[in-house]
Unconditional design. Structure first.
Lengths: 190, 392, 286
């Protein structure tokens, strides 16, 4: 098993934090092998940021990702850049409030992470909502592991907020509620 | 009151972590007993300093941010002479600045560990991307005849494990030891299992037993002199000038210079069996060898498997110790294979000693890559296939 | 410390404190570096310093050879970097007394940045900086302290650059103890060195030492008598300087321009690095 996950968005959305938590869930709490690399530079502050995690049940040699098995996109710029670097059966998750158009043959899962996070009182946990959805949709890590990794990675006073964000994301990912839209779309209006 | 080793565990946190290569270097240093770190911020090595600044005061050690890298290595050399285990960490530009004092550490037989999280040059180059451009500077950057010890981990776990080894070698041979990773590995997060104390050995420099008749730079069979820290009453004079066994400057004696500089070289070279580390995959059954080190080597392992599935009889010789150069093992492989492929994240540095060791017994082909990207499995496979098709 | 000095004889000093195997020194006949060593040893003797717990650190240059002549732990380091090495020693083992010998080129030229930051950090070091206006060991090149118009092998037409006032610099950036004395004043430097060693924090004692060999002979000061007299004529006590500035005649004030102030520039208390570090450790230790 080797799953290559790419989380992308714009700087400040916490895509790297999301990837670190996902990797931690796999490596520390699920006993898997994980490797996380990040692309950062001056342009990462505000521009397109991406973080990548490889999760495997055996040794990870090459630490790079060309086509992702799972893609999470949280901005149009990032989707335009990385949306095509996927496999035919990749799981693609986008936030329809920040990604406005996609033209891919795969099923695109729509998770309104920003909206959900706003509803919980703080937009900064949009990345955690996405982690919940990713976990529910892919099963790449266990629910217990992602929860433990999330709680271990955030300051004490934000634990409840993050727990709520994760649970909302899992619920969204499991199709509970109307936040997930399956199906092939060329564009989606706001 | 918990013991020092128990407090180390407390400071490092959970046994299984998901951390960066830079963090792992810092953890390895702490486990090895490092109590003094001096450094200067530089991408992509800054996280080593950050971890040390966090952990050392909690353990009663000392972290000091110096005004530049010249001062950083100067401070650790001074601290080492009080008996402390010491480290600094930097990247290419900072490593360039350290060269003079690196030579001083060699000449004065000062145990210290220098981490270089390499980025590409020349000059400021690509600060945030990995490269292996300092491999030869490490060997010959400081002036004069000398030997150097350098280790190159391939993953985050090994960054910790080899930092412990680096300290042990520095202490055992009283010499600076270089731990070289790159920006990619330095910032990569992987599963890190913090080893129990029972899983590794620690070596502390051999101490002088009595001031009577003690000569600070007189070495016995081991070629390594016994150490007396400053403040212990031995009244040692340490100089970078050519010195006699007593440590006193003797700058115009050809014999004393010859004897000193040859001993300094021999204490490394004659212990290469202890210092040299490498890993072999399919060493007994291959026609083409990939010879690699650092982060590139991990991709090569995948490629060896993929190549063999395609019917290419390929093996991997992963160099862990780069200096002193593992000449013997490279020579042995060169006699056994038809070709060697040397992928490097530079324009060809370790390729040269590999070719020298192969002495024409096999083709040695360089696969150079610069610009910040790692060698991809497909380009490595392609290079292997090309090598296989070449007339021998 | 007592106010009257009871000094050992030179022979007693030699037998008590010097590393005999290092002699003869490399210094030219008539060089003032021997005096600086003498004053340092007298100061050490006055305060009863334990040489088993004292490290002498130096860089490169004539003055940096002084560390080797004292029979104590010593570290003769690289050019300009003595303060970095000394900082490492002191930070790693604050129980040791660390005394640095350096020169104007070593300490304020190539090592100038280390000087700034070692003072800023307030490392508890005593720095005896020997200023001879030149790079003596390499045969007399222009230094950061060379007077305007002075000649050297690299300023054959006269020096056009302005010299650095090391003591004013050290004072401005907060060194707790700063003093400057010409080597021709024996008692004041002994007192200042003793005060510097006793001071918790960075102490700088700049010694004006004539180099008749490399500097003097290119500047009409080859003769020992002449060069020592030049120093007498070109220094002024800090108090006198202030007095003349305030109350002196225009001629007297004008005469100050080519005189160097001597005396104690600064003597204040300021918490030093190792004290602050110890407090930090106390706060966060496990």
């Amino acid at each position: 098993m080797r799953q290559e996950i790419r989380i992308c968005g714009f700087g400040g959305q916490g895509v790297i934090t999301g990837a670190v938590i996902l990797g931690k869930a796999a490596a520390v709490y699920d006993g898997l092998i994980a490797c996380q690399v990040q692309s950062y530079g001056p342009e990462a502050r505000g521009g397109a940021a991406r973080a990548e995690v490889i999760i495997a049940d055996g040794q990870i040699g090459y630490p790079g990702i060309h086509t992702a098995d799972i893609l999470v996109a949280m901005s149009q710029e990032a989707f335009s850049k990385y949306g095509r670097e996927v496999k035919p059966d990749s799981i693609i998750i986008v936030d329809p409030d920040t990604v406005f158009s996609w033209e891919v043959s795969q099923t695109v899962h729509l998770v309104r992470s920003t909206k959900i996070a706003e509803g919980l009182g703080n937009v900064v946990v949009a990345n955690i909502v996405m982690l919940g959805a990713l976990t529910a949709l892919s099963g790449v890590v266990s629910h217990e592991a992602i929860l433990a990794a999330t709680l271990a990675s955030v300051p004490a006073r934000f634990k409840e907020l993050n727990r709520a964000a994760l649970e909302a994301g899992i619920a969204a990912g499991m199709g509970q509620g109307d936040a997930v839209t399956h199906g092939r779309r060329a564009t989606a209006g706001r | 009151m918990p013991t020092y080793r128990e407090r180390i565990r407390q400071a490092l946190g959970g046994k299984v972590q998901f951390v960066q290569g830079d963090d792992a270097c810092a953890y390895g240093a702490i486990l090895a007993g490092c109590t003094f770190f001096a450094g200067y911020p530089i991408t992509p090595a800054t996280e080593v300093a950050e971890r040390m600044s966090e952990i050392l005061p909690r353990l009663g050690g000392c972290y000091i941010q110096m005004e530049d890298e010249i001062a950083s290595i100067g401070a650790i050399i001074g601290a080492s002479w009080t008996g402390a285990k010491v480290m600094t960490a930097t990247s290419g530009p900072g490593f360039s600045l350290m060269q003079e004092n690196l030579g001083y550490a060699i000449m004065t037989e000062t145990p210290c560990v220098i981490v270089n999280v390499q980025r590409s040059g020349p000059s400021t180059g690509q600060p945030t991307l990995g490269a292996y451009g300092d491999m030869m500077q490490a060997r010959w950057g400081t002036h004069g005849d000398h030997e150097i010890v350098m280790l190159c981990p391939s993953n985050v776990q090994e960054a910790l494990d080899l930092t412990i080894v680096a300290f042990n070698l520095a202490e055992r041979y009283r010499t600076p030891v270089l731990l070289f990773i790159d920006g990619e590995l330095g910032h990569m997060r992987e599963r890190l299992v913090i080893p129990d104390d029972s899983e590794f050995e620690l070596f502390d420099r051999v101490r002088a037993e009595s001031p009577d008749g003690y000569k600070p730079f007189q070495a016995g069979e081991s070629l390594v002199p016994a150490f007396a820290p400053f403040g212990s009453g031995y009244r040692t004079y340490v100089t970078g000038l050519t010195h006699n066994e007593q440590g006193l400057p003797r700058t115009s004696s050809a014999a004393i210079h010859d004897q000193l500089v040859r001993r300094l070289a021999a204490k490394i070279n004659s212990h290469s069996d202890d210092i040299v580390r490498y890993e072999e995959y399919y060493g007994d059954d291959c026609e083409i060898a990939i010879v690699a080190y650092g982060i590139t080597a991990r991709t090569c392992r995948d490629v060896v498997e993929a190549g063999r599935r395609r019917g290419i009889k390929v093996g991997l010789l992963r160099l862990i110790t780069i200096w002193p150069f593992p000449e013997e093992i490279v020579a042995r492989w060169s006699a056994r294979v038809q070709a060697m492929l040397v992928p490097e994240m530079n324009l060809g540095q370790i390729y040269h000693p590999i070719r020298e060791a192969a002495e024409g017994r096999c083709t040695v082909k360089l696969l150079a890559k610069i610009g910040g990207d790692l060698h991809s499995p497909s380009e490595l496979l392609e290079a292997l296939e090309e090598l296989q098709c070449q007339p021998r | 410390m007592s106010t009257t000095l009871t000094l050992k004889t030179a022979a007693q000093l030699r037998d008590t404190y010097l590393r005999h195997e290092m002699f003869p020194t490399i210094f030219c006949d008539g060089c003032g570096l021997g005096n600086v060593l003498n004053y340092t040893l007298w100061a050490i003797d006055q305060i009863g310093l334990d040489l088993d717990r004292t490290v002498f650190v130096s860089g490169i240059g004539c003055s940096s050879r002084l560390s080797g002549y004292v029979n104590a732990d010593g570290m003769h380091t690289t050019h300009g970097r003595a303060l970095a090495f000394a900082s490492g020693i002191k930070a790693a083992n604050p129980d040791l007394t660390v005394i640095v010998f350096t020169g104007d080129g070593d300490g304020a030229g190539i090592g100038g940045n280390h000087l700034l930051h070692t003072i800023r950090r307030n490392m508890d070091l005593t720095v005896i900086l020997v200023n001879n206006f030149t790079y003596g060991m390499t045969g007399g090149q222009a230094a950061p302290t060379s007077p305007v118009g002075s000649f050297s092998t690299t300023t054959p037409y006269g020096n056009i650059e302005h010299p650095l006032d090391i003591c004013e610099l050290a004072k401005a950036i907060g060194a707790p103890y700063v003093a400057r004395w010409p080597v021709s004043y024996p008692y004041q430097p002994i007192k200042s060195i003793a005060q510097g060693i006793s001071k918790r924090g960075f102490a700088l004692i700049e010694m004006l030492v004539p180099c008749h060999t490399a500097y003097g002979r290119r500047n009409g000061l080859k003769d020992l008598e002449v060069i020592w007299q030049w120093y007498r004529d070109h220094v002024v006590q800090i108090d006198d300087h202030e007095h003349i500035t305030q109350f002196g005649s225009p001629e007297e004030r004008a005469a100050l321009h080519d005189k160097m102030k001597i005396g104690v520039f600064q003597d204040v208390e300021r918490e030093c690095f190792d004290e602050r570090w110890a407090a930090l450790v106390e706060r966060v230790k496990l």
